[in-house]
Design a binder for this molecule. Structure first.
Ligand code: ADP
Length: 430
């Protein structure tokens, strides 16, 4: 092989290597382009997702902004993260900055902050909550609010905010309060008329301790005058005088309570005690109606959580109705029996059973209606007031008619015996 042959061969080999290198380069370029295209495709896809997300957010925002109820987002420490225009109006805020970034507690009335905080804690633990509270708006206006709150979670499921929808329930609360006041006032007026009818009975009841006091005092004066009384002998009659005066005072206190114009006062009540006090109040009326009142009181039963005067009013109404029903028909045997019976684990039933004519089946469903009466002088409010008193105590009342008379029963919730002494003490005094 000549030198030129060798050179030629060398050139061919070099050309081959170059061609291979070129082909490899071209293939690489192609892959690069493909990769570039894939990246571009992905970017485009991402942009599409981003656009859709933005569209969705815009749509949601528009809905929330135009929502007539207050919608707000809050952080765990109560910082308001976002609020819609309705929320700003609700809180009398002019601009979002007046509320956003501030603590929600600034607009929650002091006495409700604890409840509010407690509900927020529940939501951040993952529960939904509905709560009512009083709010003091930025202009110092007091308003009742109701919030429905749910937790908002991130992609990992952790709660990062509270979403709350709040509405103003001031008017509703006001109407509720008015209704309650009206009811209390009605019950009081009914008590006043009961009192009027029982006035003779009361006078008689009061007369006993007063006469006893006069007698003891006169006895002392007589013996002192005649000189047969040592100072030590005076102690016993004077103690009697004190006791009788206290008894008279108690009767007067009871009368005052009965006609008082105050809100219901809930305490732990011994129902048997209330029944006995009704019997005392209606004693003279029973005598006038020639009616025997008998008692069957369950021993050692739990107390009930109630306004004792209101419960007394219910029993009074039932007893007086029974006496009137028996008087109307000139029943031969006039007897009213008041029973207290445990009703399941957590309630007590009070029964007033009479031996009167019973209630006509056609009207038995109406006896609790306002103004329903079959008496010429009746007003028809007694049973209606009794029912609302019982229901406001969480109990129920019903009427039954038997061959030999009518029975009215109502239940009251008992305070569970398992309550600790501390809770009991709290319940009794709160
Ligand atoms: P009022 O006593 O003014 O009629 P109430 O609301 O107390 O009003 O009673 C409504 C009606 O229920 C009575 O008029 C009477 O018809 C009936 N009623 C109530 N208690 C008895 C009873 N023990 N026996 C028969 N009927 C009764």
């Amino acid at each position: 092989m000549t030198g030129s042959d060798a050179m030629l061969l060398g050139l061919v080999a070099l050309g081959g290597a170059l061609t291979v290198a070129l082909i490899a380069l071209a293939a690489m370029l192609l892959r690069l382009r493909e990769a570039e295209q894939r990246v571009r495709d992905k970017e485009a896809a991402h942009l599409g997702v981003l656009d859709r997300l933005q569209e969705n957010e815009y749509r949601l925002r528009t809905i929330i902004e135009s929502e007539p109820e207050c919608v707000k987002l809050q952080a765990a420490d109560g910082t308001v993260l976002e609020i819609n225009p309705a929320g700003l109006r609700l809180l009398d805020a002019a601009r979002p900055e007046d509320i956003v970034g501030k603590k929600i507690y600034d607009v929650v009335a002091q006495e409700f902050r604890h409840i509010y905080r407690e509900n927020m804690r529940r939501v951040f633990e993952g529960e939904a909550a509905v709560y009512e509270f009083k709010s003091i708006t930025l202009k110092g206006r007091t308003a009742w609010m109701e919030t429905h709150a749910v937790p908002l979670r991130d992609a990992r499921g952790a709660v990062y905010a509270l979403l709350g929808i709040t509405r103003d329930i001031t008017e509703h609360k006001w109407a509720e309060e008015q209704g309650r006041r009206h009811q209390t006032e009605l019950a009081r007026v009914a008590r006043l008329s009961t009192m009027g009818e029982m006035a003779t009975g009361l006078a008689h009841e009061l007369n006993q301790p007063l006469s006893a006091i006069a007698n003891f005092a006169r006895g002392c004066i007589r013996r002192l005058r005649s000189g047969d009384m040592a100072p030590a002998d005076m102690i016993e009659p004077l103690e009697e005088v004190c006791e009788q005066a206290e008894r008279a005072g108690e009767i007067m206190r009871h009368v005052r309570d009965f006609v008082r114009k105050s809100e219901p006062r809930m305490t732990a009540v011994d129902i048997n005690q209330v029944v006995r006090s009704v019997v005392k109040f209606t004693e003279l009326e029973a005598r006038q109606h020639e009616t025997i009142v008998t008692l069957q009181l369950a021993p050692q039963q739990p107390r009930v959580w109630a306004d004792s005067i209101m419960v007394e009013q219910v029993i009074c109404n039932l007893v007086r109705n029974a006496m009137e029903a028996m008087a109307e028909t000139r029943s031969m045997r006039r007897e009213v029996m008041i029973r207290t019976v445990p009703h399941g684990e957590d309630a007590i039933e009070i029964e007033v059973v009479d031996t009167g004519p019973g209630i006509d089946g056609a009207v038995i469903d109406q006896v609790f209606d306002q103004f329903f009466t079959t008496k010429p002088e009746g007003v028809g409010m007694g049973l209606s007031i009794s029912r609302s008193i019982v229901e406001s105590h969480g109990g129920s009342i019903r009427a039954e008619s038997r061959a030999g008379g009518a029975t009215f029963r109502f239940t009251l919730q008992a305070i569970p015996l398992r309550l600790s002494n501390d809770e009991r003490r709290y319940s009794i005094h709160s």
